[in-house]
Design a binder for this molecule. Structure first.
Ligand code: PHE
Length: 454
């Protein structure tokens, strides 16, 4: 099943380490870059509420399902399903996972590359003193400049290579332990700053006062896709990570804590961004570039802005790294097993494929901006297909597998409730895995692509 090149079944050393790596995978560009622009484009508060509903109604049960499968089998996503249901035909979940991870890694690396450009600008003082309008056009010019975003994408992927080819557990666990608390502290500091901006009231109204007239099948699908993307669900990433959990790791607590912290960071990002959007008269619907236009405007008027800006983009870069490493680990583990590759070779293949697609995604803001499929540029296509199609389909399959195929004793054994309330919670989670998650995902999916109408 697994050859000698397969990444070791080491264990994360501490309880804090488990939380840090899981939250490290979940918290990243999905919260600080993707959530604000999706919320901005889809009506603000109503989108956020729907997203929270999906996080707890579907996200937590699917996360528990991934944890149960991963820790019980102690192996990679492909081998896990073969081990639990030999010949059962569930191996397709592994294929969905690998495809999603490559698509996400490609467009994600472009945005992580943008953060590197902004670190560079902050350090070199290039952005200092520019007006919000100037910052606006600076970003557009940069994104359309072809070679520079492509270069950063490649550089970012090389950073991944450097870490991944050496193995990740110790590095990742240690790095995450320090970075995650630091990221929280910085975000809270920015939040306080944003609350004193002239546009704070309008921004908060946009984020917290729901207007359900914006809700359509497409918006509901986006809110669900965002929940999957942000929690790193549906592609087997958390199956891989939980195979490194020790028997003592409490799975339900870890799932609830991860989901809560992840949502908290997304809301903090909204509280930072939207007051600034309204203060500087920008458009909440600006799309993927929103954060890169709005945040530099905040920094440029802060005392010590260059330092804050460097720190912020550095942390965003590192938070992206802890996420991309978790998504790469899925394919690397699989290449090692099925193609019998060495870890180094598997990492090269994974990063090499991501580089080709990543550069195409980077160019889709420049010379390839007119190349569209179904009206979407390659960058937007990869984002849409992975988040709104592959992750929900993968999540639905994982949930059905854990709810219907896995024996109940395995599920409760892994979730291991220690109190009466815990046993009730396991019952609720299994009910969600069996019925709520599959039915909701299917309904939202069909409504989102226009097959059914409510
Ligand atoms: N959850 C990560 C984020 O929010 C992205 C991610 C998706 C990571 C899928 C791993 C797998 O940035």
């Amino acid at each position: 099943m697994m050859n000698d090149n397969t990444p070791k079944r080491a264990q994360f050393a501490t309880r804090l380490g488990v939380v840090a790596v899981t939250v490290g995978s979940a918290v990243g560009l999905g919260n600080i870059w993707r959530f604000p622009y999706e919320a901005g484009a889809n009506g603000g508060a109503a989108f956020m509420l729907l997203n929270l509903l999906f996080v707890f109604l579907i996200g937590v049960p699917v996360m528990c399902a991934e944890f149960v499968i991963g820790r019980h089998t102690g192996t990679n996503v492909r081998a896990a399903f073969r081990k639990l249901s030999p010949g059962g035909g569930w191996g397709f979940i592994g294929y969905i996972g690998i495809l999603s991870s490559v698509l996400i890694l490609s467009f994600y690396s472009v945005v992580a590359g943008w953060t590197m450009e902004y670190i560079f600008r902050s350090v070199s003082g290039a952005a200092g003193g520019a007006s919000p309008e100037a910052l606006h056009s600076q970003f557009d010019a940069f994104a359309a400049s072809n070679w520079r975003p492509a270069m950063w994408t490649v550089l970012f992927l090389l950073c991944n290579y450097a870490i991944l080819s050496r193995g990740v557990e110790k590095g990742i666990e240690k790095v995450s332990n320090v970075l995650m608390p630091l990221l929280f502290a910085i975000l809270i500091a920015f939040c306080i700053h944003s609350l004193f901006m002239p546009g704070a009231a309008d921004g908060l109204k946009f984020l917290f006062r729901p207007d359900f007239s914006h809700i359509s099948g497409r918006v509901v699908l986006s809110a669900m896709g965002q929940a999957f993307f942000s929690l790193s669900l549906g592609l087997g990433c958390l199956i891989t990570y939980s195979s490194y959990f020790s028997r003592r790791t409490p799975l339900m607590k870890t799932a609830f804590l991860t989901a809560s912290l992840d949502s908290f960071v997304a809301i903090l990002a909204g509280v930072i961004i939207f007051p600034a959007v309204f203060t500087y008269g920008q458009q909440p619907e600006a799309g993927p570039k929103l954060v890169f236009e709005v945040l530099p405007a905040i920094f440029s008027e802060m005392t010590g802005g260059a330092v804050w800006s460097t720190l912020f983009f550095l942390l965003l870069f590192l938070a992206s790294l802890t996420s991309t490493i978790s998504m790469s680990e899925i394919s690397i583990a699989w290449f090692c097993d099925d193609l019998h590759m060495s870890r180094r070779g598997a990492t090269r293949l994974n990063i090499g494929i991501a580089m080709v697609f990543g550069v195409v995604c980077a160019l889709s803001f420049g010379c390839l901006s007119d190349f569209t499929v179904c009206g979407l540029t390659v960058f937007n296509l990869f984002d849409y297909v992975s988040s709104n199609i592959l992750l929900p389909v993968g999540g639905m399959a994982i949930s059905i597998f854990a709810g219907w195929v896995l024996r109940r004793s395995v599920v409760s054994g892994e979730l291991n409730p220690t109190s009466r309330a815990g046993r009730v919670l396991v019952g609720v989670l299994v009910f969600c895995m069996r019925y709520v998650a599959p039915v909701c995902i299917l309904a939202v999916f069909l409504a989102g692509i226009g097959v059914i109408r409510f």
